[in-house]
Ligand binder design. Sequence first.
Ligand code: ATP
Length: 285
Amino acid sequence: MSNCGSCPSKGECNKDQQSCGIQNNPLNNIKKIIGVMSGKGGVGKSTVSALIARNLAKQGYKVGVLDADITGPSIPRLLGVKDAKAMGAPNNCIYPVQSADGIKVMSLNLLLEDENQPVIWRGAMISNTVKQFYTDVIWGELDYLLIDMPPGTGDVALTVMQSIPINGIVMVSVPQDMVSMIVAKAVNMVKKLDIEIIGLVENMSYIVCPDCGKKIQIFNGNDTSKLLDDLQLNLLGTLPMNAGLGNVSVGVYKDGDEEVEGLFNPIVINLLNSLKEIEAKKTQA
Ligand SMILES: Nc1ncnc2c1ncn2[C@@H]1O[C@H](COP(=O)(O)OP(=O)(O)OP(=O)(O)O)[C@@H](O)[C@H]1O
């Protein structure tokens, strides 16, 4: 039976407690869980997850990032903890690693001797590991736990959405026809599972000419507005394609980087407002 007392969805869900498959660790008190998803690979989910986490942490929130991309984990590099190792805790639990900006991080790479070792596991094992990253990691007190989802709408995405009490999903897309089609699949999956979509971040929307400052659209550009209209999604913000964002994983982005902060401040404001609206709607229902 689920432990509703420590559930981030307490008071906002209409699940039957006896049949709910969600297990919450009583040592954890996580207020909100946000999934970052796309369906399509390589569109910037991990970069967006890491930079939302850093922005929230900078505002003083207690933040964690669960890297659910077991076979292609990039969160440790993006949060500057690639050489750290997660340590065991009593009762078969695990302590997350803490980044320099105070973000708690759990990723399979933090358990491997060598980050270059592949994880050659079947789907069920990968899904169980993700579940354990929620149930067995001592996250403690968190205002926000971000879950960086793997690409696709398969096993892991399904496990995350069915066994972790997600309050909402941030979709990441790129304004290109083929990406939009695959993101639409992910959006429809989330809707089928009755999970709220907080909004969409459009990544790689444009490049800025270093000489004249003109914004140049590299893809044909109209697909996101069609996606937003067709699926009734909220646009949280757009991000350029640039070296600053591309080099987060090599530690180039430091606190106080005005360009990155200027890009993420409005996205995070929109995200928090949208999350509040979702909560208000649920408590009224
Ligand atoms: N706005 C951007 N400008 C430049 N490079 C970017 C931008 N966003 C992401 N990248 C780069 O694109 C690559 C893919 O990004 P990222 O790993 O965040 O995507 P992902 O969707 O999480 O990928 P995966 O499907 O493997 O999980 C990375 O090398 C990243 O540094």
